[in-house]
Design a protein around this ligand. Structure first.
Ligand SMILES: [Zn+2]
Length: 316
């Protein structure tokens, strides 16, 4: 039986983004209720949330940005850097709790107490850049986790697969010169879908050349096209890289019901992708895998896809 950790905490809903914002607290409430009714909360091992030591965040983000972010939140500013990135007075502390909880999951997987884990956290992270917020993201949670795996746990090959419908620009930029991180992103074509980066020709720079792989998908796109991209590129490249740890930016907004992007995936393909990535983790990384929630804005599709994702991790 796989020991799957689950990061879940009502406090993540205290990051308030205001009326009509798609990245809203109800997303986590929908996930929590679905995981519970599907028996998955009970099947998983709860991971205790913890506030991050800012030293880990400062390895990824500019200190001036962190100061600006804390100040914006404390002063009651409505957003930081871009109107998309709404904040409230609690947001800085909740963002610290979110990424700190991800690092707890990483530690427990590294210690062998858990095989893998899913982190139902918000705010999300993959758009956040070194020096600024973007696209609802404050701290780049997955980038902080990858740096922690390298700096604290001494790993030298970390695979990040990002299947959120939006390109993980922040994650790409933070590691594009670093050959220790293979970043593979599948997303809606940048000519059509936010944030407008993630073209195939963006393949990394300097020592990191070849360690960034972008797979832009033209809308409407189908499950079969994503499966073909996995078979043709994601899986062989991941095999070749032989990761010591697998991180997933799990956004469920390529779902056909999602209001933020015109892609047409059905729920089951999220389970299929989970299975393939768990196989990579098993083959090379003793199964070590941590998945982080990114996007997903139709509550029903989000809850259903997340539940399938977690159920597949439990079977990994
Ligand atoms: Zn997204």
């Amino acid at each position: 039986m796989t020991r799957t950790g689950l990061v879940q905490d009502a406090r993540f809903q205290e990051h308030r983004t205001g009326p009509d914002h798609p990245e809203r607290p109800e997303r986590l409430a929908a996930i929590a209720s679905r995981l519970a009714s599907d028996g998955l909360t009970e099947a998983c091992v709860g991971v205790e949330p913890a506030t991050v030591d800012m030293a880990h965040v400062e390895r990824v983000h500019q200190t001036d940005y962190l100061r600006r972010l804390e100040e914006a939140c404390r002063s009651g500013a409505p957003y930081i850097d871009v109107p998309d990135s709404a904040v409230c007075p609690a947001s800085y502390d909740i963002a610290r709790l979110a990424v700190g909880s991800v690092l707890q999951a990483v530690d427990r997987v590294m210690a062998g107490e858990l095989d893998n884990a899913f982190c139902a956290v918000r705010p999300p992270g993959h758009h956040a850049e070194h020096h600024m917020s973007m696209g609802f993201c404050l701290f780049n949670n997955i980038a902080i986790a990858a740096r922690y795996l390298m700096d604290h746990h001494g790993l030298s090959r970390v695979l990040i697969v990002d299947f959120d419908v939006h390109h993980g620009n922040g994650t790409q930029h933070l590691f594009e010169a670093d050959p220790r991180v293979l970043f593979i992103s599948l997303h809606g074509h940048p000519g059509i879908v936010y944030p407008g980066t993630g073209y195939e020709h963006e393949r990394g720079v300097g020592d990191g050349a070849g360690f960034t792989i972008n797979l832009p998908m033209l809308p409407p796109s189908s499950d079969e096209e994503w499966q073909q991209a996995f078979d043709k590129t994601v899986l062989p490249e991941a095999e070749k890289f032989a990761p010591e740890f697998v991180l997933i930016s799990a956004g469920f907004d390529a779902h056909r019901l999602d209001p933020l992007a015109p892609l047409e995936l059905e729920t089951p393909v999220f389970g299929w992708m989970t299975d393939r990535l768990a196989e990579i983790a098993r083959a090379h990384a003793s199964g070590r895998l941590v998945s982080l929630l990114e996007g997903g804005y139709d509550l029903e599709a989000l809850a259903e896809s997340t539940s399938l994702h977690v159920s597949r991790l439990l079977e990994a």
